[in-house]
Ligand binder design. Structure first.
Ligand code: ASP
Length: 302
């Protein structure tokens, strides 16, 4: 049974480099024609999303179709999950229809890992709770490497709701494997101290200015209210202390890039001036999402 993709933590540098190199070949600039390939003709992927998604779900679908595969997307709210079916039963039902891979997003950390142990089918993790979002970190790395020769020695500030962010975790695992210097920043209630030990090269601060100073990359994160059981920080004050504004960019390297996995909340995590500035690569991230997911699908089921 071919392996799926559950997280960045378990990938080595060579595997990550192979995906990123292949994704580069799939970038639209490389492939002006945008024509459909037939690499995965006759294959079928099922997208099963138990949590909201715009970018990830759509780009997995587009990636599959550009490789010639068929893709079916299911949102849990319109499925038999809302009739009380268990996760294992839902997945077994879908597996019985013999897709070649299941792409899944779930609110429980570890859900795809659990299913991968029980199903003879590759599972691709499209975000599990607060744990990992591997394709996001891969597309983020692709986006950085489109502008920098290497990740080694880059100073990357990741700012916001670190505690609930699978994007932060996957990025920490990936960036640290390539020798980047990572600064995690957020209010104390959203910045667990133990994260300093999840990978080498990680520092923590509650001060956004300190995090941004000399940064090559600033990654902003959404405040994940859906995962917070009680308000972790007064929402009116969040932008004042942790919102990225134009004046902050002067502290960073002159060619700093600003990233955000989306969905962005203007006026909460970053100002509109920053989101729409020349420094922002947020839409390049989205664009790379398709290329990276093509590389991942090809690797998993090609
Ligand atoms: N889209 C990303 C995720 O699913 C980030 C976010 O939702 O804030 O984790």
């Amino acid at each position: 049974m071919p392996a799926g993709l559950l997280g960045i933590e378990e990938l080595d540098r060579a595997e990550i480099e192979a995906i990123l190199a292949r994704a580069k070949q799939f970038q639209p600039v490389q492939d002006q024609s945008q024509k459909k390939l037939d690499t995965l003709r006759g294959k079928m992927i099922v997208n099963l999303f138990f949590e909201a998604s715009t970018r990830t779900r759509t780009s997995f679908e587009i990636a599959a179709k550009r490789l010639g595969a068929d893709a079916v997307s299911i949102a849990a709210s319109g499925s038999s999950v809302s009739k009380g079916e268990s996760l294992v039963d839902t997945l077994n039902t879908l597996a019985a229809m013999r897709p070649n891979a299941i792409v899944m997003r779930h609110a429980a950390s570890g859900a795809p890992h659990f299913l991968a142990r029980h199903l003879a089918m590759p599972i691709i993790n499209a975000g599990d709770g607060t744990h990992e979002h591997p394709t996001q970190a891969l597309l983020d790395a692709r986006t950085i490497l489109d502008r920098r020769p290497s990740l080694e020695g880059l100073r990357v500030a990741i700012i916001g709701d670190i505690a609930h962010s699978r994007v932060a975790r996957s990025n920490v695992y990936l960036l640290s494997k390539f020798g980047a210097e990572i600064v995690l920043c957020g209010p104390a209630s959203l910045l667990p101290r133990e994260l300093a030990h999840i990978a080498p090269g990680v520092a923590l601060t509650n001060d956004i200015r300190e995090a941004i100073r000399d940064a090559d990359v600033i990654m902003m994160l959404r405040v994940q209210l859906e995962r917070q059981h009680e308000a972790a920080f007064p929402s009116g004050e969040y932008f004042q202390f942790y919102g990225l504004r134009l004046e902050h960019l002067a502290l960073a390297k002159p060619d700093v890039i600003v990233m955000h996995p989306g969905p962005i909340n203007r006026g909460r995590e970053l100002s509109s001036e920053v989101a729409d500035s020349q420094r922002s690569v947020i839409l390049n991230q989205v664009e790379n999402g398709v290329a990276v997911r093509m590389a991942v699908l090809e690797r998993v089921i090609g």
